[in-house]
Design a protein around this ligand. Structure first.
Ligand code: ATP
Length: 470
């Protein structure tokens, strides 16, 4: 078997998008109506993959710990939440518009170019602005424009109730974090936790991105997995370091290569308004090194702001020191869809097997939508089908595979292998005539090597489980 080099990057993205559609992972949102920019619909295998990512995260950060409480807050929140948090006034991106084709872009994402003022008819303006002038090139039509930025608020606005006035305004949340901050006091009153402790939430977030792009990477509706970890003000650095390590460990849990994850210390002036320290975790996507996750020290910014706006007392009473104070916050923030995209692009592989080109997803068993597939060798032999269904039904009940077991008797066996390879199924089990006539066990085919081994039926579950530890 020969593993060929990965395809060049842009081509690779097209292939990942095509495979996602062909095999029922992810479709364009509202496709039959021509789509809706920045939205994607997850189908059967995509949902399974995404659910695996979320379950692994929840296990590591909530169920396996004693100090983090789960939340699932409402998406719609009182508008005062977003006034207090600074999002109404400050959650905006710099926008530029091409004077020719009217396309809009994020000013910090466009290509800055030197311009010939005469050629571009900019001479008056250029003289006016002297040395400070900058130009950018429209990536759609190639026109050179003068940089002329305005701020664009990215929150989706709506009205709650039958009356449309200023009091009924609400927003689709642009981050899950605020649903936790506004419940800080409730959690303290219900559980009486000692500092440090945290809250965790997985849920949808919405941002009216100026230019959604790169498949799932930048969309207008996406999911986040966030933790707000409350600490004593003097203890933030230790918790920050602990989560930094935990974030790398999670990357490994979902089968991503940690060597493709790079930390970027975000400098002063480039951090979000609430942050005193931020590390971006960047991933080597096919289109470049881009943010996968973020880890921020949010200080007491949010709790203090909500205490001020709501007049609720959000101080914590520290029984050890007999002091009252507003805790500080460490926030590890994970994008679900950026994780799914990293997993797909990390896993997409082309090679040659048996003299034929093949494509497969080298997914870690922990995230694979199907852990094992079971086939009868031939599709129209009732005795093979009967036995294969027995094997399938037994595996389906095994807790180790969580029901992620598939039966397939469509088409010829070669086609079935190809299909399972493309959805990333680590193992295919086949029932053949030796299974039923000689009691010779089943064959187990390994996705990556294509090698087949005969395994006695009563050892099958043990054999497969050995390879399926999360
Ligand atoms: P970017 O600079 O790429 O716009 P950001 O720094 O604004 O991202 P955060 O506000 O830190 O992102 O959001 C936390 C996480 O949510 C990100 O690390 C990312 O995984 C995810 N995320 C943010 N915006 C999007 C989006 N438009 N589409 C998909 N995921 C997103």
């Amino acid at each position: 078997m020969k593993e060929t080099n990965k395809a060049p990057a842009p081509d690779l993205m097209d292939k990942i998008v095509a495979l996602s559609k062909r095999r029922g992972f992810i479709y364009r949102g509202s496709e039959i109506y021509g789509g809706l920019a920045g939205t994607w619909d997850y189908a059967h295998y995509g949902v399974a993959l995404k659910n695996n990512v979320k379950a692994i995260w929840w296990k590591r950060f909530v169920t396996d710990r004693e100090d983090i409480y789960g939340m699932d807050a409402a998406i719609l929140m009182n508008q005062k939440t977003w006034q207090a948090s600074g999002h109404v006034s400050g959650f905006s991106d710099p926008l530029v518009e091409c004077k020719k084709c009217k396309q809009r872009f994020r000013a910090d994402h466009v290509k800055k170019v030197p311009a010939d003022p005469v050629e571009h008819g900019l001479i008056g303006k250029a003289l006016e602005l002297k040395g400070s002038i900058a130009y950018w090139e429209c990536e759609d039509c190639g026109t050179t424009n003068v940089v002329n930025t305005r701020q664009f608020n990215m929150m989706f606005k709506t009205n709650v109730g039958a009356v449309e006035d200023d009091d009924s305004i609400s927003y689709l949340r642009p981050e899950t974090a605020q649903g936790m901050f506004v419940n800080f006091k409730n959690i303290v009153d219900s559980f009486h936790p000692k500092l440090p402790f945290g809250m965790a939430q997985i849920g949808k977030a919405f941002r009216n991105e100026i230019a959604p792009r790169d498949f799932l990477f930048r969309s207008r509706e996406f999911e986040q997995m966030e933790i707000e970890y409350f600490v004593k003000p003097a203890g933030w650095e230790k918790s920050f370091e602990d989560f930094r390590k935990e974030m790398h460990a999670f990357v490994g849990d979902v089968g991503l290569d940690d060597k493709k994850v790079h930390e970027l210390e975000v400098p002063d002036g480039e951090r979000a308004h609430y942050s005193k320290r931020t590390i971006d975790f960047e991933f080597d996507y096919p289109f470049g090194k881009k943010e996968l996750y973020g880890l921020a020290y949010r200080t007491d910014f949010d709790l203090s702001a909500h205490a001020g706006m709501s007049k609720a007392n959000l101080e914590y009473y520290d029984e050890e020191t007999k002091e009252r104070y507003i805790p500080h916050v460490i926030e590890p923030s994970f994008g679900v869809d950026r994780t799914v995209l990293a997993i797909l692009s990390n896993a997409y592989t082309e090679d040659e097997m048996g003299g034929e080109k093949r494509t497969y997803l080298k997914l870690a068993p922990s995230v694979a939508p199907v852990k094992v597939a079971v086939f009868p060798l031939l599709k129209n032999k009732p005795e093979l089908i009967k036995k294969a269904r027995e094997v399938y039904e037994a595996l389906k009940k095994e807790p180790a595979f969580g029901g992620a077991v598939e039966f397939d008797d469509n088409g010829n066996i070669g086609k079935r292998y190809r299909r399972q390879d493309e959805i990333g199924t680590p193992y295919c089990v086949t029932v053949d005539f030796d299974t039923i006539e000689k009691g010779a066990g089943v064959t187990v085919r390994d996705r990556d090597s294509g090698k087949q081994e005969r395994v006695p039926e009563n050892e099958l579950s043990k054999y497969l489980s050995k390879h399926h530890t999360i």
